[in-house]
Design a binder for this molecule. Structure first.
Ligand code: DSN
Length: 428
C-alpha cells in the first residue's frame, strides 16, 4: 500500500474502525491476488488520491464559465485542464469530462442524437456488446429500437467470430438506423472504424464508437483511433485508460458537442463529481507521458502471451486469439463439463480474479456460460511481462484441471500471494 493510503487508513481506524477495517481488507485482497478482469485496473497513487480531495464539497452544475453556483473558480480550472488533456490525448476538438460512467455517457449521446423510438444498430449483445447498446431492460432497448449485426459464425472462415462487416452493412442498409454503434465489452479483435464510417455514410447514420475497453490503447496507438471516423466517441476512464471510475464523451463536431453538453447536463445528470474530474485530469496527464505508450504496448503483448500460453494448454480462444487487452476463452475444449461460473469461482478461491462470460452462440445461460473473459491491463500495471504470463496460465490450468480441488486452490493462492510481493501495487 502507498504511504498516503497507509497514513489515511491508520487515522480512519481511530475515527471509524469498522469502515477502516473493510477498506484495509480490500486493499490486502488487491495486493495478494491477480486481477484479470479485462475492465479493471490499478490506478496510480496520484490518481487515487486526487479523488479524495476537497473538490467533492462543491456543486458545479453547468460547465466552466457558465455554472449555476458561485465559488467555482478552481472547479472551472480543473475541468478545463481535464478537457484540454482529453482533447490532446485523443486528438479531437471537444471533450465532455462530466459523465459519471460509461453508461451515462452513452445515455447522453442517445438523448442528444435520437428521438424516442428511433433505431440504432449494434452488435448482437450476447456476442460481446454492452447493456447500454440495446439490452431490452436498459434505457437503450426500452426507449429506442436496436437492430443487431452479427459476428461470423462459420467455423471454417479464417475470420470466425470476427465482426461480419458485410452483414453489418446489410443490416444497416435494410433498417437505415439513425445511429451505428461500434465498440464492445468482450471483443478481442481490432475494430475497423473506417469500415463502420463508410456504412454510416452510405445509410446516412451517425457513427458512435464506445471505446470504453480500448481507450488507453486508442490513445497510444496500440489500437487504431476512432477519430476521424466516428462522429462521437464515448468511453470509460477506468479500464485501459487507468484513471478514476467515470466516463468521457468526445467529438470533432461543434454542433454535436453542443447537443451532447446539453443532453448530459441538465438532461441526464445533475452536479458533476468534481473530485473525480480532478482525478481524470491527473490520469490524462499520466496517459500523455511516453511511459503510458510503453504500458499500452505491453498490455497487448501480455494479452497475446497469455492467450498463447492458454492455447498451448488446450484452451480454445474465441476468434483464435487477441489483438487487444482481452481474450475470451471457450472452456469446453479443455473440458466439456467446465462452465464459466465454476471456473470463475474456483479461480477466485485460488487468488485469480476473472469473470465468466458468454461466448458467441453459447449454449449455456448467462449465469453459467461456457466462457471466461481475461484481460491483461491490471497485471501489466503491476509490472508483469510476457514471461510471467506463462506462470499465470500455468496457475489457471492447474486450478481448472483440478476441478477446483480445495487443496490445489489453497496451494496456488499461497504461491500467488508470495509472487505478488515481487510486483507491488502503486509502484507507478
Ligand atoms: N462492466 C464493464 C465490463 O466489465 O466490461 C462494461 O461496462
Amino acid at each position: 500500500m502507498d504511504e498516503l493510503s497507509r497514513t489515511f487508513l491508520s487515522q480512519l481506524a481511530a475515527h471509524d474502525p469498522q469502515a477502516a477495517d473493510i477498506i484495509t481488507r480490500e486493499a490486502r485482497r488487491q495486493e495478494t491476488t491477480l486481477e484479470l478482469i479485462a475492465s479493471e485496473n490499478h490506478v496510480s497513487t496520484m490518481v487515487m488520491h486526487a479523488m479524495g480531495t476537497c473538490l467533492t464539497n462543491k456543486y458545479a452544475e453547468g460547465y466552466p464559465g457558465a455554472r449555476y453556483y458561485g465559488g467555482c473558480e478552481f472547479h472551472d480550472q480543473i475541468e478545463n485542464l481535464a478537457r484540454e488533456r482529453a482533447r490532446q490525448l485523443f486528438g479531437c476538438r471537444f471533450a465532455n469530462v462530466q459523465p459519471h460512467s460509461g453508461a451515462q455517457a452513452n445515455m447522453a449521446v442517445f438523448m442528444a442524437m435520437l428521438e424516442l423510438g428511433d433505431s440504432f444498430a449494434s452488435l448482437v449483445l450476447k456476442d460481446g456488446g454492452h447493456l447500454s447498446h440495446g439490452m431490452k431492460i436498459n434505457f437503450s432497448g426500452r426507449y429506442f429500437k436496436p437492430v443487431h449485426y452479427p459476428l461470423i459464425y462459420d467455423a471454417s472462415s479464417p475470420r470466425f467470430e470476427h465482426i461480419d462487416y458485410d452483414a453489418m452493412r446489410a443490416v444497416c442498409l435494410e433498417h437505415k438506423p439513425k445511429m451505428i454503434l461500434c465498440g464492445y465489452s468482450a471483443y478481442p479483435r481490432t475494430i475497423d472504424f473506417a469500415k463502420f464510417r463508410a456504412v454510416a455514410d452510405e445509410c446516412g447514420a451517425i457513427l458512435m464508437a464506445d471505446i470504453a475497453h480500448i481507450a488507453g490503447l486508442c490513445a497510444t496507438g496500440a489500437h487504431p483511433s476512432p477519430f476521424p471516423h466516428a462522429h462521437i466517441v464515448t468511453t470509460t476512464t477506468h479500464k485501459t485508460l487507468r484513471g478514476p471510475r467515470g466516463g468521457l464523451i468526445m467529438t470533432n463536431d461543434e454542433e454535436i458537442a453542443k447537443k451532447i453538453d446539453k443532453a448530459l447536463f441538465p438532461g441526464v445528470q445533475g452536479g458533476p463529481l468534481m473530485h473525480i474530474i480532478a482525478s481524470k485530469a491527473v490520469a490524462f496527464g499520466e496517459a500523455l507521458q511516453p511511459s503510458f505508450k510503453d504500458y499500452s504496448n505491453q498490455v497487448v503483448k501480455n494479452a497475446r502471451a497469455l492467450a498463447g500460453a492458454l492455447a498451448e494448454r488446450n484452451y480454445r480462444l474465441c476468434s483464435g486469439g487477441t489483438d487487444n487487452h482481452l481474450m475470451l476463452v471457450d472452456l469446453r475444449q479443455r473440458d466439456e463439463n467446465l462452465t464459466g461460473a465454476d471456473a470463475e469461482k474456483w479461480l477466485e478461491s485460488a487468488g485469480i480474479i476473472t469473470n465468466k462470460n458468454g461466448i458467441p452462440n453459447d449454449p449455456r445461460p448467462p449465469r453459467v456460460t461456457s466462457g471466461l473473459r481475461l484481460g491483461s491491463p491490471a497485471l501489466t500495471t503491476r509490472g508483469l511481462k510476457e514471461g510471467e504470463m506463462q506462470q499465470v496460465a500455468e496457475w489457471i490450468d492447474r486450478v481448472l484441471g483440478s476441478a477446483g480441488d480445495a487443496a490445489t486452490c489453497e496451494k496456488v493462492r499461497g504461491e500467488i500471494a508470495e509472487f505478488c510481493t515481487k510486483f507491488p501495487l502503486n509502484a507507478h
